[in-house]
Design a protein around this ligand. Structure first.
Ligand code: GLV
Ligand code: MN
Ligand code: MN
Length: 419
């Protein structure tokens, strides 16, 4: 196929928009967002929707041990590795309709556009839905992609439990996504992921597309505080071992650690479980998760050292036992220069305005980058709001992004293909 023919291939704007509307009913919240935790019933329903759509256009479907779901459209060249595109369908507890979901639906739209125009690629094109990108129900984040990249064994991840004590493996089996297919990164030539920016830069600068060059590093620490529960009306203040009071000191310390890294440092406690969580019981136990983000590993080291120092201080002054365990260490990821260049060419070919940028959020692509050439594409998201129910995009942004993804896939196929 010539470059000229290739540039004129189009995705169907209404079709992708309709698919985004249809899939957002699974786990919909009254306020217009999504509560679709990984491996929940609504996650299963959303996956079923995508799998059915992929089967309808002749794709073959495979599911691996972590529930990662692969939908492959055959290419012309039987010896060629597949071009992999993908993202996730799980959401935060009260998240938005587009974080991850947009990337999967844009990938599906690419497959549909190839199918309806009867376009033959050299390489197979494969769409992946990664399990548990968010990490909101089972830690760590980016779990399915990390498994695929060989960072963990299936057994150690499938035994992870949620706050109710339910195992990921059981939840996947319950929704029909405990697969047995073996899918390896060696089957793929490259990975492309399109995602909403989750920040305000593209909209503020009136740009259509972000050409992502890197993703900043992120670390998660699970911290457990164990004190002594007791009756709030009778037990004296002076001798209490209140786990929540100790945890509160750490929440403040974490905020301070972030403030000490102006502009780029991010430090958050966003998950806290208080036990027994009753107004008239002294909190005997608290579990919380500390998250740090920064583009430089050395700065993350400094933030980590300060976290340990803060915990030592709290142990000394509170009579509460504190245990810390690192749950996630995702280093800053630089994407593949040759692939970034192809994305840039795709933006030019579609006459859109783009710029190179860093991702503040983590993505499945961070895991894939360890095992194959990888790049990412961003579209704007309204006011930069994400991980919230009012996350929003426009049909025009959705269309532009899918068009760039399609052009990137086709240019990559032409560059590395044989026909
Ligand atoms: C992704 O959801 C992230 O937390 O960055
Ligand atoms: Mn995401
Ligand atoms: Mn997210």
């Amino acid at each position: 196929m010539t470059d000229k023919k290739l540039d004129s291939l189009n995705i169907d704007s209404d079709r992708i928009w309709k698919s985004l509307t249809e899939i957002s009913v699974f786990g919909a919240t009254p306020a217009g967002g999504l509560n679709r935790l990984a491996a929940s019933e609504s996650d299963g329903q959303a996956r079923d929707y995508v799998v059915a759509a992929a089967k309808e256009i002749g794709c073959t479907v495979r599911i691996d041990a972590l529930g990662n779901t692969f939908m492959r459209r055959a290419g012309n060249d039987a010896t060629a590795k597949a071009i992999l595109v993908g993202s996730h369908l799980d959401s935060q507890p009260f998240g938005g309709k587009y974080d991850g979901i947009y990337g999967v639906m844009a990938g599906l739209e690419v497959l549909r556009a190839l199918h309806s125009s009867n376009t033959q690629t050299s390489h197979p094109i494969e769409l992946a839905v990664w399990t548990n990108e968010e990490g909101a129900r089972f830690a760590p984040a980016m779990m399915g992609a990390a498994y695929f990249a060989g960072k963990f064994s299936a057994a150690e991840l499938l035994s992870r439990v949620d706050t109710e004590g339910e195992k990921l493996g059981d939840s996947l089996a319950a929704i029909g996504y405990a697969g047995t297919d073996v899918v390896k990164p060696t089957e793929h030539v490259a990975y492309l992921e399109i995602h909403i920016e989750q920040g305000p830069i593209l909209q503020d600068e009136n740009l259509d597309i972000g050409i992502v060059t890197a993703v900043q590093g992120m670390r998660w620490f699970r911290v457990n505080f164990t004190g002594q529960s007791g009756h709030t009306g009778t037990y004296p203040m002076e001798i209490r071992r209140d786990a929540l009071v100790a945890a509160s000191a750490l929440v403040k310390a974490v905020q301070q650690i972030g403030l000490e890294e102006p502009n780029l440092g991010r430090a958050t406690v966003g998950h806290l479980v208080v036990s027994p969580n009753s107004p008239n019981v002294i909190p005997g136990h608290v579990e919380l998760m500390v998250e740090f983000r920064h583009p430089e590993g050395e700065v993350l080291d400094v933030m980590t050292t300060k976290l340990h120092a803060a915990i030592s201080e709290i142990k000394k002054s509170s009579l509460v036992e504190v245990e810390i365990k690192q749950e996630l260490d995702s280093a800053t990821i630089n994407f593949t220069p040759d692939l970034i260049e192809i994305v840039r060419q795709a933006v030019t070919a579609t006459n859109l305005k783009g710029k190179q940028m860093l991702s503040g959020a983590g993505h499945d692509a961070c895991q894939l980058a360890a095992v194959m050439p990888t790049a990412m594409i961003f579209i704007p998201c309204d006011k930069g709001i994400s991980h919230a129910e009012d996350e929003d995009i426009t049909q025009v942004w959705s269309t532009n992004g899918a068009q760039v993804l399609l052009q990137t896939v086709l240019k990559l196929d032409l560059k590395t293909g044989t026909t």
